[in-house]
Ligand binder design. Structure first.
Ligand code: SF4
Length: 240
């Protein structure tokens, strides 16, 4: 169990989420979906892939495959071809068909709305489950990807590199109602500003950040984009 955070740290965490959400008003899921199964499949496809590419692939995919049974019955080669553009298509096809089989075997073909059940499905870890829960079911949850991990560490919200521990630390700092918002705000901040080399001079939470190695100047590419009125990194990148 993480130590109980002090009130000042909690207040800082809430202020950070508020400011990051304000700076990234488009926070929210970046994958297209219209039901929990679609989000589950899209999230599996999004590993190591750009959201835009996944969304291109899922338009025809979701039109053709509507139920777990459709995925299970699909010839492996046909499904591989349909998802090939997202990369790692053999593993992803296997994961989608195995998860679909699990849905049929254990959950009557429905995507379950709780963490324990979701993570029993083949290829579904806490991050994928948290995305499905938070965005398809409205269940408060925090998904930790590399962006969330990096930003949370720099902001002093966790000392851990372990996603489960980072999730616990963030849950202890933030009210449940903010968990989904916090996930997306930290993801977008990590993609756009607090990148591996952070762009601290244009960070909306600069004054609240204890990171000791803040940058003092913008990289040339970012400075040029900013002076042209186009914030660098505004495009949505690889999925969480
Ligand atoms: S000040 Fe720099 S290190 Fe801190 S959150 Fe902002 S971009 Fe990241």
């Amino acid at each position: 169990m993480p130590a109980r955070p002090d009130p000042a740290k909690k207040a800082r965490a809430r202020a950070v989420v508020r400011l990051l959400a304000k700076a990234n008003p488009d926070w929210g899921p970046t994958l297209r979906f219209s039901n929990p199964l679609e989000l589950l499949v899209a999230t599996i496809l999004a590993a190591q892939a750009q959201d835009e590419r996944v969304n291109e692939v899922t338009i025809p995919l979701f039109a053709k495959y509507r139920t777990p049974r459709d995925y299970v019955r699909a010839p492996r080669a046909a499904l591989e071809k349909a998802v090939k553009a997202t990369g790692f298509y053999r593993q992803k096809t296997k994961a989608i068909q195995a998860a679909s089989q699990g849905l049929l075997d254990e959950f009557g073909g429905e995507v379950p709305g709780d963490m324990e059940s979701l993570t029993r499905l083949h290829g579904v870890g806490r991050k994928t489950a948290s995305i499905v829960l938070g965005n398809a079911f409205g269940v408060p949850s925090i998904a930790v990807d590399r962006h969330v991990a990096r930003v949370a560490q720099r902001l002093g919200f966790t000392k851990s590199g372990d996603p489960e521990r980072i999730e616990e630390d963030l849950r202890a700092l933030l009210p449940k109602k903010d968990w989904v918002k916090a996930t997306w705000s930290l993801v977008l901040h990590g993609r756009r500003i607090c990148r591996p080399t952070p762009e601290c001079p244009r960070c909306p939470v600069l004054a609240l950040c204890p990171y000791p190695r803040k940058t003092k100047a913008l990289p040339a590419r970012s400075a040029a984009a900013t002076s042209a009125g186009q914030p660098a990194g505004r495009r949505r990148g690889a999925h969480i």
